[in-house]
Design a protein around this ligand. Sequence first.
Ligand SMILES: NC(=O)c1ccc[n+]([C@@H]2O[C@H](COP(=O)([O-])OP(=O)(O)OC[C@H]3O[C@@H](n4cnc5c(N)ncnc54)[C@H](OP(=O)(O)O)[C@@H]3O)[C@@H](O)[C@H]2O)c1
Length: 604
Amino acid sequence: MMGALLQNSFTIAPKGSGFLHKHQRCLSKNRTRSFVRYHRRSNVTESDNLASVLSERSMLINPGHADAVMDPSSSLVLSPNGKNPADVIVKDLVPYNGSCNVQAAEGIGIMKFLRGKGFFITGATGFLAKVLIEKLLRTVPDVDKIYVLIKAKNREVALKRLKNEIINTEIFKCLRQMHGKSYETFMLSKLIPVAGNVCESDLGLDENSANMIAKDVDVIVNSAANTNFHERYDVALDINTVGPGRVMAFAKRCKKLNLFLQVSTAYVNGQRQGRILERPFRIGETILRENLVNENPSSQIPMLDLEGELNLAQRLANTSSGNKTTQKMKEIGLERARKYGWQDTYVFTKAMGEMLLGSMRGDIPVVILRPSVIESTYRDPFPGWIEGIRMMDPVVTYYGKGQLSGFPVDPNGVIDVVPADMVVNATLAAIAKHGMSGTPEINVYQVASSVVNPLMYRELGDLIHQHFTRWPCLDAEGRPIRVEPFRFYASMDDFSSHIWRETVRHISSSMMPLPNGKHSRKIETICRKAVEQAKHLASVYEPYSFYGGRFDNNKTGLLMESMSEEEKMEFYFDVGSIDWEDYICNIHIPGLRQHVMKGRRQIT
Ligand SMILES: NC(=O)c1ccc[n+]([C@@H]2O[C@H](COP(=O)([O-])OP(=O)(O)OC[C@H]3O[C@@H](n4cnc5c(N)ncnc54)[C@H](OP(=O)(O)O)[C@@H]3O)[C@@H](O)[C@H]2O)c1
């Protein structure tokens, strides 16, 4: 990890590498490929005031309900983590329901549903929502307006961000080709930027925009989030927990809304073990309580009090000041998450967001979509598109640059990865299915691979090694950087001492020998920093690199089965069919090198 890690920057591969030759094309050109409105209720809460939202919620907690959640027969924990590939493949999936067959011939009617529908999308400048917007506009050009909520001080700034961060980005190049000179006109006729913020009351919308959206919108997709694992507790709560609540409060103003889709994460399942089913959270539920009650049904463990958590975070943030506040609030987030059975602040606050939505939704149909680790696109609009350094990518990039020889990770554990376009296709299928039915229920879909097509860390390590051996990065002098087979460290101590040794070796080889063979204070400082950084990276990832849960996706499978053959081609999300070797070696890492690791030459 050494020198360049200390710079903490990712400046590698140039654009235009030769890696994507196999897949790099705009697929849209080459491929062959009733609506029941629910009625507005009179008893809905129009306010997004959380206190009222939460007190309304507390009345919704059915005392008998908690017992049902804790009933061992309804346990989400079905089997422990396997230790070899055979164990990893879970063979006892519930078979897809044969009754889907008749419906499947006709399909869900995804295109039919989406045509003419108005959308309101938050988080539109983010990675996933861009893939969603691109797919919608390319596949369903006669979709109605898509309002995109963008953090900005006014509409002009929102428009500027829309152009710079969405319309002019590479993912839209196929649409640009399709529309030629009228591309921008087409995009601006569909995408309506609105300045706002999910942390503000009424989403920070001006009255006109709010009224327009409330009148026009059929589907809301809430993708806005703070995805930092160790964010300040008050900040993460505001965006990931209360944010969805504010969007739901706004949803209740939308006169013809069919569906509210919340983009969540499969890791809201916290430290559950084994095969984890697609079930919604109930308010107040905790993973700790679930585990303890399963072990000892008479345990008295308090429910999670959302309002209490918000008050606590606010009080602590208000009572401390100065530089240490941020660090303290980060620690509090982690402490509260761990106390209740979640691994970090991000997933804990996202889980509470799901709970809040569940309690506030009234009879609004809700889909909770839980993707696992989202990585680059598989096919659509072209393979390998990615933005930003995602979950597994810091390790991949440091390794490729020869700055990291391995990582503390269980080689027999499973990394649950899904390509972004599959997540988007599942999103659109779920929107159509539940938007069309209008049934006021909450449906959870886990878009995940660890049960149907597990990728073990051991295999991932081999694939990364294989890729960088065939196509090494180049060092500053243009020489190929040789990589050793990926190493799996059993403990943080092993990892730290390895980093220390490597840093010393690296620095010593590039410095004059020191008197008496002693390390200078400078070398020690550099080593200590490198070890600290490596340990920090490892500790952030530890709950994921040794994760013991597998995300069942039976409902997602059923959703797929209810699609027609044509829909399965256009909106494919068969995670079970992913060839990991092809995806990792020929699609994902090349995409990462092209779109993210910019600036370092590579052998093509
Ligand atoms: N990436 C993954 O691997 C992954 C996996 C599972 C689930 N998810 C979920 O998928 C969703 C999208 O993730 P992503 O990777 O696309 O995230 P991302 O790239 O970090 O984008 C986050 C988006 O949320 C917006 N946002 C943040 N705070 C906001 C606020 N206060 N008001 C309005 N907008 C706000 C950001 O706007 P700015 O540009 O203005 O900051 C950005 O557009 C999230 O809900 C995340 O939890 C992601």
